[in-house]
Design a protein around this ligand. Structure first.
Ligand code: ACM
Length: 425
């Protein structure tokens, strides 16, 4: 309706001579988010997202004066990921992040809802996932892998939190108003320590053995047990009740020690989940390990760039999220050292100059904010910006410009944003 309205207004104004008609109106690309702004400020848009982005551009004042602007995104997926498991971020923090994402025309917020240190989404049929799995108890030294885990710190006895289903529905609605899709991730079968604490019968350990540490690669659901598939499907049933049909659902599938669970057993389990979600009209996604292991029918989030060629030659649609360039928990410069989480420097310039492989299979790009060592909203925003500005330009496919020119606008943007960052909870 809005699209028709915009087209009508533009056409009527040009037809009545109210504005000088451009010599030609270029064809509108048939992609979500495409828009055109005529010199008088009239908007034509492919869809509501396009009208929304046109309004953002008009407000930003970044219009070429006296000329028509025809703009469209290169990639459909322009994402940021927040790991809300390692450290929990309140809904309000995610809303502030989405406000900024919308300004930058970023349109996917991937929430890593489950991992060893905390299960963050209410699942009514498995209440212990959040009554137990969302809260870290004070443990003796050596029980958690994270070097700066909060044992003995100023946190009270319990640290944690989770999103109720009502919270999540409110977040989805808030996102939709900003043309952002929230992508929930239930990361299985690895990274499942929190689920195993809540339901130890899902683990590989003999009944009664206490589940101990959160060890990447070893904190696995025992996918050979039929009860584990039933559990995971039960969780996904509720996820699918919360999220609208067609929504992407990320199933994880990364970093499982194949000496514990064979590749074949992992493949069978992950394939069953991919098929389960797809059969119900949702879009399954996994990390690249599952594709390397032969799971079929999903989109792949590629975090290990060395597997790009293999995955794309196998025909998977891909979201580029390489740890070489888009892991925003890695340090930004020497100024970030000592950096507790390791990783090489990923400077804003590296993000800005990132060259994506050329392939029609590439759906887009996403930067990941893993939060083992990001404890506060302030740290989250510090790590995200200004790198997310550079990501947004690459993901939108903005015309090339010099890094110096980018830096000037990034500096201006960062100082405008200062006040907002200070208002974070
Ligand atoms: C990942 O970094 N394990 C996706």
């Amino acid at each position: 309706m809005k699209k028709l309205f915009c087209l009508f207004v533009a056409a009527a104004m040009v037809a009545t001579g109210a504005i000088p008609a451009p010599r030609y109106l270029p064809e509108m690309p048939a992609v979500s988010g495409a828009y055109q702004i005529l010199p008088c400020g009239t908007v034509r848009a492919h869809d509501e997202a396009g009208a929304f982005y046109a309004a953002k551009t008009l407000v930003s004042g970044r219009m070429p004066s006296g000329r028509m602007l025809a703009d469209a995104p290169k990639y459909a997926w322009r994402g940021l990921h927040v790991d809300v498991s390692r450290h929990f971020f309140e809904p309000e923090v995610l809303c502030r992040l989405m406000d900024v994402m919308a300004e930058l025309k970023l349109n996917r917020l991937h929430l890593h809802l489950t991992d060893g240190p905390g299960w963050r989404l209410e699942i009514k049929r498995y209440p212990r996932l959040t009554s137990e799995g969302a809260w870290r108890k004070k443990l003796g030294p050596g029980h958690w892998e994270w070097k700066d885990f909060d044992i003995g710190s100023s946190y009270p006895e319990l640290y944690g939190g989770f999103y109720t289903q009502k919270d999540m529905r409110a977040l989805i609605a808030y996102a939709a108003e900003r043309h952002i899709v929230i992508v929930p991730e239930i990361d299985v079968p690895g990274h499942s320590y929190a689920a195993l604490v809540a339901y130890p019968e899902l683990s590989m350990l003999p009944q009664g053995t206490p589940v101990k540490e959160c060890q990447v690669g070893k904190d696995v659901l025992d996918v050979r047990k039929p009860a584990v598939l039933a559990f995971t499907q039960g969780v996904l049933d509720e996820v699918m009740q919360i999220f609208p049909p067609g929504n992407p659902i990320h199933l994880g599938g990364d970093e499982v020690d194949t000496r514990l669970i064979s590749r074949e057993a992992q493949r069978t389990y992950m394939q069953a989940l991919v098929d389960y979600v797809a059969a119900r009209g949702y879009q399954p996604i996994t990390w690249d390990e599952a594709a390397c292991n032969g799971v079929k029918g999903q989109w792949v989030m590629l975090w290990r760039p060395e597997f790009a060629a293999q995955i794309m030659s196998a025909g998977y649609p891909v979201i580029l999220s390489p740890c070489s360039h888009f892991y925003f928990d890695y340090p930004q410069s020497e100024a970030d050292f000592p950096h507790p989480g390791g990783g090489h420097i990923i400077s804003t310039e590296m993000v800005f100059t990132y060259k994506a492989p050329r392939s029609p299979l590439i759906l887009g790009m996403q930067a990941n904010l893993w939060s083992e060592h990001i404890r506060t909203p302030q740290q989250l925003f510090y790590m995200a910006f200004p790198r997310a500005l550079a990501l947004a330009e690459r993901a939108w496919g903005s015309p090339p410009r010099s890094y110096e020119s980018f830096l000037q606008s990034a500096d201006a943007w960062m100082s405008r944003k200062e006040m907002m960052l200070q208002r974070l909870p």
